[in-house]
Design a protein around this ligand. Structure first.
Ligand code: ADP
Ligand code: MG
Length: 482
């Protein structure tokens, strides 16, 4: 047991009081109880009368009996040092100790030295967070950038928006960051944002946990406001992840405006303020190949590298391929051979078993394709056309500068920059295109594969012919039709 200046020792010469230091009300209680024993166990009433003489009312039970029982049991430290001193003097006299006055002074000192602040309650850190991805590969740079951006942001709360196509690994990166850095936060809360209902209930749960919402569900106050109010003044840093946001405008009102906190948003929509946007890249070929060999236990590094390139380093597609390879007892090389066949490729991309997502790339992007087909048909036209070229640096503006012939499928776009821009904007909303610059853009090769996979052989042939014709017309020697 270590002694310090804050832990005075009580002793009674010639008597065996418990030795050691007074650590708190419990140990003070043990001393008092022992002293009472030495004094021949006087009644509680007698002790109370000794400690609180002024409260004596003839014929009534003395005041303070409960307090004294509590002191001796170590449940409470005496609030009144004079009463404690009187009690100690009384007991010491009855026990026949040499210097009751001195002992009372020691007890007084011990009481004064007790730390009266209540023992710190273990601070609960509310957490709602997806599980960490066991096979997460790479991403050291990205996680480091998230940490740096959040720590260095000039405004509070700090906001980072992870952007990129569905399946590129935005959520996984946000969750990994949160796990790694959770010790720096007193609250970590992940809110799904893929619909107004999800946002509302995510905020309502958080408001419940923060104690600002009626748990019975009768509270009709906007939970977003409740959470904002609570976070604004909450001590300790918090982290809120708003996951799967369609676009900045959709959640402007839900981002906590004030407080010592960090916000990570994930979104397919790339248009966020520059200070906030952090595009999530695909995995580089070496990292993707490492993932494939580890996830499939097939050590064929050459095939893994080739497949990683075919899949364009897209995490969801890599995971989907690894799941298929394991389930089918296939090798990476075998999968690669299948994948290079146009028909088998579409079927493989449509496979949905075995991913943490529960879906494969074709199914995940279907939502976007269907929405575009309904609301922005010319975006679908543009995507089909761009899917016929080699994926990088397609000079789309040049290709579509002139009006097309009457039978052309791209006639809505050709020679119509306004419509072309609308199509670009619509595709960008889902990160289905790279940010265009100088009339060039790139399409992820799997987006191309899935787009072409949705067509019949005849349609595909027609699109390819049209793509070739546009290319010839513009004499765009740098592009090749795939
Ligand atoms: N770095 C990575 N290594 C291995 N698998 C990954 C990695 N990032 C993502 N995944 C897997 O890819 C899939 C898509 O990732 P997710 O983070 O959900 O993408 P997003 O949020 O961008 O749509 C998930 O099923 C996940 O398990
Ligand atoms: Mg996600």
């Amino acid at each position: 047991m270590s002694h310090s200046v804050n832990e005075p020792t009580l002793w009674v010469p010639g008597r065996e009081l418990p030795s050691g230091a007074v650590h708190g009300k419990e140990s003070l209680g043990r001393y008092l109880a022992r002293l009472r024993e030495l004094a021949g166990q006087p009644t509680w009433d007698a002790m109370a009368r000794a400690a609180f003489p002024q409260a004596k009312v003839p014929g009534r039970r003395p005041r303070g009996v409960n307090s004294i029982r509590n002191w001796c049991a170590g449940r409470h430290a005496p609030a009144d040092p004079d009463a404690l001193a009187r009690l100690v003097r009384y007991l010491a006299k009855r026990a026949g100790l040499a210097d009751p006055q001195a002992l009372a002074a020691q007890f007084r000192q011990a009481l004064a030295a007790l730390d009266r602040t209540p023992p710190a309650q273990p601070q609960l850190t509310p957490i709602r967070l997806g599980t960490r991805l066991p096979g997460l590969t790479g991403r050291e740079d990205l996680i480091g950038q998230i940490a740096h951006r959040l720590a260095a942001a000039p405004l509070a709360p700090a906001i980072v928006a992870l952007t990129g196509i569905a399946g590129v690994g935005k959520t996984s990166a946000a969750v990994e960051y949160a796990h790694r850095y959770r010790h720096g936060y007193q609250l970590v809360w992940q809110i799904p944002a893929d619909g107004p209902g999800a946002l509302w209930s995510g905020f309502a749960q958080l408001a419940n946990i923060l104690g600002v919402r009626d748990r019975a569900g009768r509270d009709s106050t906007d939970p977003v406001l409740q959470v904002h109010t609570a976070l604004a003044t909450r001590p300790g840093r918090w982290l809120v992840i708003i996951d799967g946001v369609p676009e900045a405008a959709a959640i402007r009102h839900v981002i906590p405006p004030v407080g010592d906190g960090h916000v990570i948003v994930t979104s397919q929509h790339p248009l966020w303020p520059d200070e906030q946007a952090l595009p999530v890249p695909v995995l580089d070929a070496a990292t993707a190949a490492r993932y494939l060999t580890a996830a499939t236990k097939d050590p064929d590094a050459g095939a893994a590298r080739a497949l990683a390139e075919e899949l364009g380093g897209l995490p969801l597609a890599l995971e989907q391929a690894a799941a298929y390879i394991r389930a089918a007892g296939e090798s990476i090389g075998g999968y690669l051979a299948l994948f290079r066949d146009q028909d088998a490729r579409a079927a493989l991309l449509a496979e949905s078993g075995g991913t943490a997502y529960g879906k494969g790339v074709a199914a995940v992007w279907l939502v976007a394709f269907e929405h575009l087909a309904r609301h922005e048909p010319s975006a679908v036209t543009l995507l089909r056309l761009l899917s016929c070229y080699a994926p990088d640096a397609i000079p789309y503006r040049d290709l579509l500068a002139e009006p097309a012939g009457p039978g052309a499928q791209s006639r809505a776009l050709a020679g119509n920059p306004f419509e072309l821009n609308n199509a670009i904007i619509a595709l960008r909303r889902y990160s289905l295109l790279q940010q265009p610059a100088d009339g060039l853009t790139s399409v992820h090769r799997l987006v191309q594969a899935v787009t072409l996979g949705q067509l019949t052989d005849g349609e595909r042939a027609q699109w390819k012919a049209e793509a070739a014709e546009l290319m010839e017309r513009r004499n765009a020697a740098c592009v090749s039709v795939i």
